[in-house]
Ligand binder design. Sequence first.
Ligand SMILES: [Zn+2]
Length: 397
Amino acid sequence: MSDNQSDQIGAPSADLLAMIERLIAFPTVSRDSNLGLIEWTRDYLQNLGVKPRLIYDKTEKKANLFATLGEGKKPGLILSGHTDVVPVDGQAWDTDPFKATIKDGKIFGRGAADMKSYIATALTLAPRFLDAVTDTPMHLALSYDEEVGCLGVRSLIADLVESGVRPAGCIVGEPTLMQPVIAHKGTHRFRCCVTGREAHSSYTTHGVNAVEYAARIIVYIRQIADRMARSVTPSPLPAFTVPYTTLQTGVVHGGLASNIVPKQCEFLFEARTTPGIFAEALYNEVQEFAATLLPEMRNVEPNAAIDFEWLASAPGLDMRVEDPIVQLAATLARNHSYGAVSYGTEAGLFQAAGIPTVVCGPGSIEEAHRPNEFVSLEQVAQCEAFMLRLLEILPTR
Ligand SMILES: [Zn+2]
């Protein structure tokens, strides 16, 4: 259980508040460049004698930053966060979203919770990590385009693997109210295009109705989802809010008029998988069902087709309470109650690359992505204490 109550945490340091204010002032909405923040951070770290590595996207308007603090030879620890934030368009803010405003014990601003306060804490303490007499280096991993499908961090991780850096673990500072989170679902998105044959609707037998065949596949997807909901098994892991794998169809486009047998229908569906459920198996099952529809479609139209495309995937996170990185985060947070979250994070990608990873950061996901996003000063102070404890327990050389 949490023993936070027994430990009075004061206010965050002035240096940390200034750093949070600075990071929030960079309007790093995912659709725009994040280079302002990244280049400022690069210069800040270079002034400390660190040699950060920037990994650009194809447009060179965005970049990840990876930096190693300390020259220890032991496997290091990664503190990881995304630099991008969701847009503020159409949201009613009481303050300027890109100007940190402290009011009523809270810092308001886009990214205050998700997740610039965590990044700011790591950056503020960078000089202390550099001074630490330890064999365990600290790595900072800052990514772009997390909010649009965990895109940027993939090249950062590939670069890590390629350069032979083998960290012992990673702490992703998404807002969890400083609770160690050991599991999140995988997210997988698919497209299906059904091609039939157009006909006058008074001759339905002369056509192949793409909308109706798509509907049969959509219903089948729903049946898989119902089966998943029935097959939930008790787990020693903390439970997800929706404790089973879900599937759903989110978009359908098809047909031109009610008196035309539609030739085309396209739909998008997704699966959110719990640990142990493989998206490949679900995808194959849907495709196998679709294949059973083809013979009757091709009786009428030999070129009838059902095409599938796997659009995107972000793997889930599936750690054990006993894993050393989880125990480390729990010790640092002084919180031994473990969580599972429904939203996706970059943690699953780090784990998939063989880096044990836990999610733990200040603020609440409920306050993220909304107008008047905030993080409480108390949460920021908890995060600062978390990283200061890390400094204390890093094994000395
Ligand atoms: Zn986030």
